[in-house]
Design a protein around this ligand. Structure first.
Ligand SMILES: NC(=O)c1ccc[n+]([C@@H]2O[C@H](COP(=O)([O-])OP(=O)(O)OC[C@H]3O[C@@H](n4cnc5c(N)ncnc54)[C@H](O)[C@@H]3O)[C@@H](O)[C@H]2O)c1
Ligand SMILES: Nc1nc(=O)c(N)c(NC[C@H](O)[C@H](O)[C@H](O)COP(=O)(O)O)[nH]1
Length: 248
C-alpha cells in the first residue's frame, strides 16, 4: 500500500496531542485513544466487518501516529475482524523502506486466546521485516505457546483486565512508554471513561453514515472534553481533545 504525503498542516495540529519527547519514565505510559467514526458514531458496518472510513488524507495520519508511539493496542474483536497489519508505513525521511524499526509493538487484548499469530497479516509483515511481533495479553498461561510472541498474563476480574495494571506492566516489563489504542468499540467505550489512563483523544470523522446495524461508539455515561480542536480535510475532519479529569 502506498500512502499519500501527509498534509503539512496536520503536523502542527497534532503536535500538542502526541507523546512528549521527554516523557518522564517514572510516569505511566502516555496513552492516545484514536479511531475513525461515521457521522452516526459507527466505526464499522457491523460486528466483524472491516470498514474503511478514513480518506487518503487521514489514513496517512494513522501511520504518522504509529510512528510516534512505542505500542499499538487493539481488542480481540478487532484483530479477529480486520486481520490488521499494525505496522508503520510512514516515515518523515524514508518514503519506501522496511519500516519495522519505526513500527510500534502490537499489543493484542485476547484474554481467552481466540486469535492466532501464524497465518495473520501481522505474521507476514513480521517475517518480512516490515513489522514487529505482538505482545498478547491473556488471562492464563497458554497451553501451546506460539513462536516469536510475548505473552503478558494478567488475571482479570470476571474476565476484565484492569487498565492501570496493564499499562504499568507494559511499561515495566516491555519498556513501552507510549501506547496508541486503535479500538475497537468495546475498548474505546471503556477507555472514554478512563481519564486516568487516556492522555489524548484523536477522532477522525468521515463524511458518511454507516446505519443502525453499525458498531457504535458511545460510552456508558456522558463525558466532557477539554482542549478540543478541529482539523478539516477534503472529506474528513479530525477532532483532537483530552478527557476532563473526574473529580470523584
Ligand atoms: N473505525 C475504526 O477506527 C475501528 C477501529 C478498530 C476496530 N474497528 C471495528 O470495530 C469492530 C470490533 O469492535 P469490538 O467492540 O467487537 O471489539 P474490540 O476490538 O473492542 O475487542 C473486544 C474484546 O477485547 C477484549 N477486551 C477488551 N477490553 C478488555 C479488558 N479490559 N479486559 C479483558 N479483555 C478485554 C475482550 O476479548 C473483548 O471481547 C470491528 O468491526 C472493527 O472493524 C473500527
Ligand atoms: N483510522 C482508521 N480509519 C478507518 O477507516 C478504519 N477502518 C480504522 N480501523 C482501525 C483498525 O484497527 C484497523 O484494523 C487497522 O487500522 C488496520 O491496520 P492495517 O492498515 O492493516 O495496518 N482506522
Amino acid at each position: 500500500m502506498s500512502l499519500d504525503p501527509i498534509r503539512q498542516d496536520l503536523i502542527p495540529f497534532l503536535a500538542s496531542y502526541l507523546p512528549p519527547e521527554q516523557h518522564n519514565i517514572e510516569n505511566k505510559p502516555f496513552v492516545t485513544l484514536t479511531y475513525a467514526q461515521s457521522i452516526d458514531a459507527r466505526i464499522s458496518l457491523g460486528p466483524g466487518i472491516r470498514t474503511s472510513i478514513s480518506d487518503v488524507e487521514t489514513k496517512v495520519m494513522t501511520h504518522y501516529l504509529r510512528y510516534h508511539h512505542d505500542g499499538i493496542l487493539i481488542g480481540s474483536g478487532t484483530v479477529l475482524a480486520d486481520d490488521p497489519g499494525l505496522n508503520c508505513k510512514w516515515h518523515p525521511d524514508v518514503a519506501e523502506s522496511k519500516l519495522s524499526e519505526y513500527s510500534p509493538r502490537p499489543i493484542i487484548l485476547d484474554p481467552s486466546q481466540k486469535w492466532r499469530f501464524i497465518g495473520s497479516k501481522m505474521y507476514d509483515l513480521f517475517k518480512n521485516g516490515e513489522g514487529k511481533s505482538p505482545i498478547i495479553v491473556v488471562s492464563e498461561k497458554p497451553q501451546v505457546e506460539e513462536e516469536y510472541i510475548d505473552y503478558l498474563i494478567i488475571d482479570g476480574h470476571q474476565g476484565r483486565i484492569d487498565w492501570k495494571t496493564l499499562v504499568d506492566r507494559l511499561s515495566n516489563e516491555f519498556g513501552i512508554k507510549s501506547i496508541m489504542v486503535e479500538g475497537g468499540a468495546f475498548v474505546i467505550n471503556e477507555l472514554l471513561l478512563r481519564d486516568d489512563i487516556v492522555d489524548s483523544l484523536i477522532v477522525t470523522v468521515g463524511s458518511t453514515y454507516l446505519g443502525e446495524d453499525g458498531v457504535q461508539v458511545s460510552p456508558k455515561k456522558a463525558i466532557s472534553l477539554i482542549d478540543a480542536d478541529w482539523w478539516k480535510g477534503k472529506k474528513d475532519s479530525i477532532m483532537a481533545a483530552r478527557l476532563v479529569p473526574r473529580t470523584n
